[in-house]
Design a protein around this ligand. Structure first.
Ligand SMILES: NC(=O)c1ccc[n+]([C@@H]2O[C@H](COP(=O)([O-])OP(=O)(O)OC[C@H]3O[C@@H](n4cnc5c(N)ncnc54)[C@H](OP(=O)(O)O)[C@@H]3O)[C@@H](O)[C@H]2O)c1
Length: 344
């Protein structure tokens, strides 16, 4: 007997990807319920070769559902995740609402799988920010060997990280520029086509943005509170795939060759690092893939024990949908969940 799984936000970028990944990885489902807003009620989404009719969130009875994969934004999660969890359904949430709650595990299975054991306190498990997920997958294996002191990261984040309307905006602006139509800006603060914008999420009091704060705070929560992390988060005119230029200062010496060897063996990582034309990964090549790609590994001679690297991954997959499905798989693998119909 399999599980009953709801995907909330099933019409969105992340929700559609979750449906694909559940199917691709053969997650043991008996029933999949596609859920979105009232606007989408009755529309259809694909799940493998099946078509699912979308239900409005208000019309779903979560008391018979085992797992809710939630990706409908922070406000919806704030209101609905506690209600869904109280109905006995485990929520795996993609928004930022619960990530820093001490009673909610924030999980990247390759990094801190054991932390999942605490999930019963709220029945909610948080998925990290897309930029954090790929960063910690690349940092964890080297931190375990030589200890990380400080990380300086600049992100180059694709527009799909801001939802399906943001993807439409990049497409529309690009088209408008080519046919000399007026260029409209709706979701982004400045034109994104043929531009880059050093501003993601709201500004904080210290001048950083919330996105930059998330990368630092979430990395500390999952990896080690002692690591210092500073980030500049930038939106770039790429549809799918986040890239990161990462500078790392270690407690102990490590060469680029040693780091490359450690990362080659590490779960979730794929090292593509040839010092020649095209010997590295770009976001275009990461789209639709599961790996966190690491390229351009080199020593930084300006600090003691420093390395630079380039980290790329599909933000809709490892940054959101894949990680959420891996968390569901972890629950099953550790025997932390049983299908409720079977338990009854
Ligand atoms: N994109 C990423 O890389 C990424 C990474 C990590 C986390 N996340 C998080 O994942 C969440 C979804 O992101 P996304 O990129 O998939 O956004 P999106 O493409 O804009 O999709 C939003 C989804 O939420 C649904 N929704 C909106 N209002 C709702 C309501 N009142 N009740 C039920 N469903 C509602 C939408 O349904 P309708 O179609 O009916 O409006 C749609 O299915 C966000 O919290 C985001 O921060 C995204």
């Amino acid at each position: 007997m399999g599980y009953s799984v709801a995907v909330v936000g099933a019409t969105g970028n992340v929700g559609r990807e979750i449906l694909d990944i559940l199917e691709e990885r053969g997650f043991p489902v008996d029933e999949v319920i596609a859920v979105a807003s009232r606007r989408s009620q009755g529309t259809e989404v694909s799940f493998g070769d099946r078509t699912l009719k979308v239900k409005a969130l208000e019309n779903v009875d979560f008391s018979k559902i085992d797992i809710c994969l939630m990706s409908a934004g922070g406000a919806i999660s704030k209101e609905w995740s506690p209600k869904i969890a109280a109905a006995g359904c485990i929520v795996i949430d993609n928004s930022s609402t619960w990530r820093m709650d001490p009673d909610v595990p924030l999980i990247v299975p390759e990094v801190n799988a054991d932390a999942i054991e605490g999930f019963r306190k709220k029945n909610i498990i948080a998925n990290p920010n897309c930029s954090t997920a790929q960063l910690v997958v690349a940092l964890k294996p080297i931190h375990d060997k030589v200890g990380i002191k400080r990380v300086v990261v600049a992100t180059y984040q694709s527009v799909s990280g801001a939802g399906k309307e943001a993807m439409d905006e990049l497409f529309e602006q690009t088209r408008a520029i080519f046919v000399s139509d007026p260029v409209e800006t709706k979701k982004f603060t400045k034109r994104i086509a043929f531009n880059v914008i050093p501003h993601i999420d709201v500004f904080m009091e210290d001048g950083s943005t919330k996105e930059e704060w998330k990368v630092s705070a979430e990395t500390k929560k999952m990896l080690d509170p002692k690591i210092k992390v500073t980030c500049t988060a930038v939106r770039v005119p790429v549809f799918i795939g986040h890239s990161e230029a990462v500078n790392i200062e270690f407690e102990n010496p490590i060469t680029a060759d040693e780091a490359r060897e450690i990362l080659r063996e590490a779960p979730g990582c794929l090292v593509i690092d040839k010092r020649e034309n095209g010997g590295y990964i770009t976001p275009l090549e990461s789209a639709g893939e599961d790996a966190t790609y690491i390229s351009r590994i080199r020593e930084d001679p300006t600090v003691d024990n420093g390395l630079n690297m380039w980290v790329v991954s599909d933000n809709l997959r490892k940054g959101a949908a894949l990680n959420a499905v891996q968390i569901a798989e972890l629950l099953v693998a550790r025997g932390l969940i049983k299908p409720r119909q079977q338990a009854a």
